[in-house]
Design a binder for this molecule. Structure first.
Ligand SMILES: NC(=O)c1ccc[n+]([C@@H]2O[C@H](COP(=O)([O-])OP(=O)(O)OC[C@H]3O[C@@H](n4cnc5c(N)ncnc54)[C@H](O)[C@@H]3O)[C@@H](O)[C@H]2O)c1
Length: 262
């Protein structure tokens, strides 16, 4: 690899807001981006998970701000952007990663639970994206930006393994939100992409993956025959945020061992 190629993956001088960055895929992404030179703001509802995050990232040498808040609350979102602005930082990478699900048969899914999943996985990603784009839109000084939406393979396929309809619908919506915003904001030099992870062992999936038979079913549906790791997904997100992906917008990149290819 030429030095020049490697440098295009660098994120020096950039500031990334990572939602749900206290654990799992979000934490792996925040850490990788900090190692590649970005300053980081993490917004997460899990105050315990945020404790010690700034210290854990301190050897990257970059600024890391951990903010407790709920992505469905617009005041909490504004506070995360303000925390960066107060330090003179402009957020130019947004990773919409916070997510949730409700695994139950559709006939038993009450409307409030449906709405909560859609609010976290889809509506919050829209509101965060809107606030991100508004803050980059400065007269006479276009600041290029990158948004990466963490969707799921379940946003583009059905799932015979277990029912989770609000998750599927919201992640599918997130995939097409990605395309629509990519088209609308290309003129603002904001690229918008999604990643579609397969199963990775995180807090979201611990209970699910404790079932050996389900784990075997998942591996059988995965041509590469293994689960993902949070770092595999972080690599795809960091790539899409970087100049190495400067011609890529509106895409949904599977990180799925081939699940959606067969
Ligand atoms: N782990 C997988 O197998 C898998 C597969 C496909 C997609 N994903 C997606 O990856 C993303 C990250 O999930 P993960 O697997 O790392 O799970 P995780 O539970 O480890 O992390 C999710 C984080 O989001 C935070 N969060 C949830 N709701 C929030 C809210 N309303 N406001 C603020 N923070 C909130 C949680 O506190 C947690 O820290 C999710 O969008 C998930 O749907 C995960």
């Amino acid at each position: 690899m030429h030095d020049q190629d490697f440098n295009r993956l660098a994120l020096s001088g950039r500031t990334a807001l990572v939602t749900g960055g206290a654990s799992g895929i979000g934490r792996a992404t925040a850490l990788l981006m900090a190692k590649r030179g970005a300053d980081i703001v993490v917004l997460d509802a899990d105050t315990d998970g945020l404790r010690g995050l700034e210290a854990a990232f301190s050897d990257t040498g970059n600024t890391v701000i951990a903010r407790a808040g709920d992505v469905t609350r617009e005041a909490d979102i504004a506070r995360a952007f303000d925390a960066a602005a107060d330090r003179g930082m402009v957020i130019d990478i947004l990773v919409n990663n916070a997510g949730t699900g409700a695994r139950m048969p559709a006939t038993e899914l009450d409307t409030d639970t449906w709405s909560r999943v859609v609010d976290v996985n889809l509506t919050a990603a829209f509101v965060l994206s809107r606030e991100f784009a508004k803050r980059l839109d400065r007269p006479g000084a276009v600041i290029p930006g990158a948004i990466i939406n963490v969707a799921s393979i379940m946003g583009v396929v059905g799932n015979q393994l277990y029912p989770n309809v609000s998750y599927h619908a919201s992640k599918g919506g997130l995939v097409n939100l990605t395309r629509a915003l990519a088209a609308e904001w290309a003129s603002k030099s904001i690229r918008v992409n999604a990643v579609l992870p397969t199963f990775a062992e995180t807090g979201l999936t611990t209970a699910l993956l404790s079932s050996n038979s389900l784990r075997e079913d998942i591996l059988a549906k995965t041509p590469l025959g293994c689960l993902a790791e949070a770092d595999d997904i972080a690599e795809a997100i960091a790539f899409l945020a970087s100049d190495a992906a400067r011609m890529i917008t509106g895409t949904a990149l599977p990180v799925d061992g081939g699940w959606t290819a067969v």
